[in-house]
Design a protein around this ligand. Structure first.
Ligand code: ADP
Ligand code: MG
Length: 428
C-alpha cells in the first residue's frame, strides 16, 4: 500500500494548502488574481506534485498532478498551457519510457480540455463537481493503464486503488470548496445589492418628506409676503426665514447626491491644513453661538489626494456634529498628524458623547438622535466620502465626556518630500 499511503499524504497537504489559500483570499477581499498569476500558481502546484512523487522504479512517477491539471483546465481554461508545462517539467526528470507515455496520453487531453472548458462553465454547480470527479477517475484509470505498460509487475493492485480513489476524491473535495465559496460570494453580492436598493428606496421616501417640509414653510411665508401692508422689518424677517428653509432643502439634496454618487469629481492635491482652516472659518459663527472654543494643532505639512469640495463637506459634517453635541459650550480640538504614508486627522469634542449602540449605528442612513433638527444623513455622507478617498474612520466616545473621530488618509509622498525640504530651507 505504499503508493496509496504516499498519495494520501500528498492529498492531505494539498487540501490544507487549498484551504489556507481560500481563507487568505477571503480575508483580502480586494485581492483578485490575474490569469497570468493563476497560471504561475497552477504550474507551481504541478511542479510540487511531480517533485514529491513516489517513484519506486526509475521510469515511473506516481503523483497527484491530475488534481491541478483537471481543476486548472476546467475552472480557468488553461488546460493546454498546464499540459505543456507538465510535459516540460516531466521532461526535466528524464526522457524515459514514462515520459513517452505521458506525451501519448496528454497531447490528446490538451485538445479535450480546450473543447470542454466553455461547455463546463455553462453547467450547474452540481454537474460541474460531477464532471471534475469523472475526469479525475478517467485520468486515474488511464494513468494506471499507462503505468502497467511501463512496469508490468510493479504494485498493480496498490496503483489501482491509489489512482481510482485519491485523485477523484481530491478533485471532488476541492471543486466542492470552489463552488461553495463561489455561491457564498454571489449571495453576498446579491445581499449588498438588495441592501442598496432598500437604502435608495428609503432615501427617496425620506427625501421627499424632508424637502417638502421646508418648501411648504417657504411657500407659506411667500404668501404672507404678498401682504401689501407688511412692515419693512417683518418683510425682512420673513425673507430670512424663506431663505433658511430653501437652504435646508438644498442641504438635504446635497447630502443625498453625495451619497448616491460618492465617486470624486476631481482628484486634486489637498493641503489638509489650509482646507481645515477654511472649514473652521465657515463654522466659527456656529461655534461661537454654542460657546465652543476651537483649538487646533496642525502638523507642518500634510497633503492628500481627493476632491476638495467633498473633503470640505465631509469635515463640515463632522465638525458640525461635534459643535452640536456641545449645546452648553466646550472645547473642540482638531489635530493633524503626518507620517510617511498617512495623514491622520482627529476631531475631538467635550460634548454629550455616544453610547455603544449609538456608535455602532453611526453612518446608518437616517439615524439621528436630533429629532426634527437632524437629517441622519451627515455621517453617512462622511463615511462614503472617506471611502471614496481611500481613507478610514474610527470613533471613540464616552457618554458625558465626549467623542473623538479619527481619519486616516494616504499621503502623497512626492509632495511631502518637497514640502519637508521647503520647510527645512525656511528654518535655515
Ligand atoms: P444628524 O446630525 O442630522 O442627526 P448625522 O448623520 O450627522 O445626522 O449624525 C447621526 C447621529 O450621530 C447624530 O444624531 C448623533 O446622535 C450622533 N453623533 C454624530 N456625531 C456626534 C458627536 N460628535 N457627538 C455625539 N453624537 C454624535
Ligand atoms: Mg449631522
Amino acid at each position: 500500500m505504499e503508493i496509496t499511503k504516499h498519495l494520501f499524504l500528498n492529498l492531505s497537504l494539498f487540501i490544507i494548502f487549498v484551504f489556507i489559500c481560500l481563507i487568505f483570499f477571503d480575508n483580502c477581499k480586494k485581492l483578485t488574481l490575474s490569469k497570468s498569476s493563476l497560471i504561475i500558481l497552477f504550474i507551481a502546484m504541478l511542479w510540487l506534485c511531480i517533485q514529491f512523487s513516489y517513484n519506486p522504479v526509475p521510469n515511473a512517477r506516481y503523483d497527484l498532478r491530475i488534481i491541478p491539471l483537471v481543476l486548472g483546465a476546467l475552472y480557468i481554461g488553461i488546460g493546454p498551457i498546464l499540459i505543456a508545462a507538465t510535459l516540460f517539467i516531466r521532461g526535466l526528470y528524464g526522457f524515459d519510457f514514462g515520459f513517452l507515455l505521458t506525451c501519448i496520453l496528454y497531447v490528446p487531453l490538451a485538445v479535450i480540455f480546450w473543447r470542454l472548458y466553455p461547455w463546463f462553465l455553462k453547467q450547474v454547480p452540481a454537474r460541474r463537481i460531477f464532471v471534475t470527479i469523472c475526469m479525475g477517475i478517467v485520468l486515474g484509470v488511464l494513468t494506471v493503464i499507462g503505468m502497467g505498460f511501463a512496469n508490468p509487475d510493479a504494485y498493480w493492485l496498490d496503483a489501482w486503488i491509489a489512482f481510482l480513489i485519491i485523485p477523484s476524491l481530491g478533485v471532488g473535495i476541492i471543486s466542492y470548496g470552489i463552488e461553495f465559496v463561489h455561491r457564498n460570494n454571489e449571495m453576498q453580492q446579491q445581499l449588498i445589492k438588495a441592501e442598496k436598493l432598500k437604502a435608495v428606496e428609503q432615501m427617496g421616501a425620506a427625501i421627499s418628506h424632508e424637502i417638502r417640509n421646508p418648501l411648504t414653510a417657504a411657500s407659506g411665508f411667500v404668501q404672507l409676503l404678498q401682504d401689501d401692508y407688511l412692515s419693512r422689518q417683518k418683510r425682512k424677517e420673513y425673507l430670512m426665514i424663506v431663505k433658511d428653509e430653501l437652504l435646508s432643502a438644498e442641504r438635504v439634496i446635497q447630502d443625498y447626491l453625495t451619497f448616491a454618487k460618492p465617486s470624486l469629481n476631481a482628484f486634486e492635491e489637498l493641503n489638509v491644513k489650509s482646507e481645515l482652516r477654511q472649514i473652521i472659518n465657515i463654522l466659527l459663527p456656529l461655534a461661537n453661538q454654542n460657546s465652543v472654543e476651537i483649538i487646533t494643532d496642525f502638523s507642518v505639512i500634510g497633503f492628500i489626494k481627493g476632491d476638495g469640495q467633498k473633503f470640505r463637506q465631509c469635515f463640515v459634517n463632522v465638525i458640525k456634529n461635534a459643535i452640536e453635541s456641545m449645546p452648553n459650550g466646550g472645547y473642540l480640538t482638531i489635530t493633524t498628524e503626518f507620517s510617511k504614508n498617512y495623514v491622520t486627522i482627529s476631531v475631538k469634542d467635550t460634548g454629550i458623547g455616544m453610547t455603544m449602540e449609538q456608535l455602532e449605528r453611526l453612518g446608518e442612513p437616517f439615524y439621528s438622535t436630533k429629532g426634527k433638527n437632524g437629517t441622519g444623513l451627515g455621517m453617512m455622507v462622511v463615511y462614503s466620502i472617506a471611502r471614496a478617498m481611500d481613507g478610514s474612520i474610527w470613533a471613540e466616545s464616552e457618554v458625558g465626556i465626549g467623542t473623538t473621530f479619527y481619519f486616516k488618509f494616504p499621503t502623497i509622498p512626492s509632495i511631502a518630500k518637497n514640502e519637508v525640504q521647503k520647510a527645512n530651507q525656511q528654518e535655515n
